[in-house]
Design a protein around this ligand. Structure first.
Ligand SMILES: [Ca+2]
Length: 422
């Protein structure tokens, strides 16, 4: 009796496996090394098992199907992955220059120019002093849309202040010998300051009109993070600034006398990733959330993204955040969330044709998760996810697409990686 049960079970498993093989072989694809289907049409809509296999930190339910644990996918283009340098010191910001070189910030307060093949060739010093403690320091950098002619550079950093320190944004002109920044002006300070060294956010992007979007974090403390909901502060906000650091006129809160007129959207914890979606022209954000609550959001004017009122995560110290709710009228749902966390660093959309199957995909650097997440987007939803460079064991801090159509990433350990077509 016992033996026949074993045989029966083996028979069922055998039949199931054959059925799975038949189902796969009837499509246009084939089985990969792990026995997963990697069909040519199926992969793009994610027919593999989700890449996340660990238990979630919470039993919270998503607001819609596909909001977390999207189906897996796998890049079919053979990839060449190379380490270009390991000589950077805690890089944080990474931009591609018009001539194909790269501009990188290092947390301690200097910038570097890297050659197009990733070798540090210039050291830029003499920037205003930074508070290089905790998550502070010299943070993001971006170049003026007219950089090729005006050489203007914009950067964010933690600056010393009376009450501790503050997120500041400065600008200046790169000198002809590319070793210093001239005519430095501090154009913005994200009031109020705070005696803490965590969660500055601080990514900088330019819009088509030449104004800046700056992400500002909630500064982490229990006595300040609620200000992410307070429109009279710059804490936990997406800010819209002119090149002189003034509010862009006619913002969504311009007529609210209690609100800072530079606020574009609010309710953020630590907005560490920021990129333009080349397909829709909309601004996308990656949010370093609480445990089990990292998010991808589409940033729209005047909207409230919920922190710390709604979240899919719990406190890192344990316990629910606030009332432990995930959805609320008047507050935006994330497009996607990770539980367990990705710990997003920077992100970029892939806008090149070199790896055609990657066109308009979103790539997000993972810190504690030590991989790069590739997200396939369709109709503003994440329809498939892949993990790249997971074998490197690196914390991926910032990403960019090079002039050559390769994906470049810098890591906390000071490395720069290049991912391109073999
Ligand atoms: Ca949110």
């Amino acid at each position: 009796m016992f033996m026949s049960f074993i045989n029966y079970k083996a028979l069922i498993i055998g039949v199931t496996s054959i059925a799975a093989l038949t189902a796969c072989n009837s499509g246009s694809g084939q089985l990969d090394a792990e026995g997963n289907h990697s069909g040519t049409t199926q992969a793009d809509t994610g027919k593999l098992a989700p890449v996340e296999t660990k238990a979630p930190n919470t039993n919270y339910k998503p607001a819609f199907a596909g909001q977390t644990r999207a189906p897996g996918t796998k890049t079919k283009t053979p990839l060449a992955i190379s380490e270009l340098t390991s000589e950077l010191d805690h890089p944080w910001g990474l931009r591609t220059l018009p001539d194909g070189r790269f501009l990188v910030t290092e947390k301690s307060g200097i910038m570097r120019i890297l050659s197009a093949d990733g070798k540090p060739v210039k050291k830029i010093t003499g920037l205003p002093a930074v508070v290089d403690e905790g998550q502070g320091g010299l943070l993001d950098v971006n170049i003026d849309p007219e950089f090729a002619s005006n050489k203007m550079v914009y950067w964010s950093y933690a600056a010393k202040s009376n009450g501790g320190n503050i997120l500041a944004v400065a600008k200046g002109k790169l000198s002809d010998d590319e070793t210093k920044i001239d005519n430095i002006t501090v154009i913005y300070r994200a009031e109020p300051d705070y005696n803490g060294t965590l969660q500055y956010g601080s990514r900088i992007l330019f819009d088509k009109q030449g104004n800046l979007f700056v992400s500002s974090g909630d500064r982490a403390g229990n006595d300040i993070r609620m200000k992410a909901q307070d429109l009279s502060t710059a804490t936990g906000k997406i800010l819209h600034l002119t090149k002189d650091g003034k509010p862009v006129p006619n913002g969504p809160f311009a007529n609210n006398s209690k609100a800072k007129p530079e606020i574009y959207a609010y309710g953020f914890r630590n907005p560490d990733g920021f990129a333009w979606n080349p397909e829709t022209g909309e601004l996308w954000e990656a949010e370093f959330g609480p445990r089990g609550g990292d998010e991808i959001n589409i940033i729209r004017p005047g909207k409230n993204y919920g922190w710390p009122v709604i979240t899919y995560g719990i406190e890192y110290a344990g316990g629910k955040v606030g009332e432990g709710i995930q959805q609320k009228a008047g507050m935006e749902q994330p497009v996607y969330y990770w539980d367990p966390v990705l710990s997003p660093g920077g992100m970029t959309f892939y806008d090149s044709d070199v790896i055609s199957e990657w066109k308009n995909n979103l790539f997000v650097g993972g810190l504690s998760s030590t991989h790069i997440a590739r997200l396939v987007i369709k109709d503003n939803k994440v329809v498939a996810e892949e993990r790249l460079l997971a074998d490197k064991g690196e914390r991926f801090r910032a990403l960019t697409v090079g002039k050559d159509g390769a994906l470049y990433a810098v890591t906390d350990a000071g490395k720069m990686f290049k991912v391109t077509k073999k």
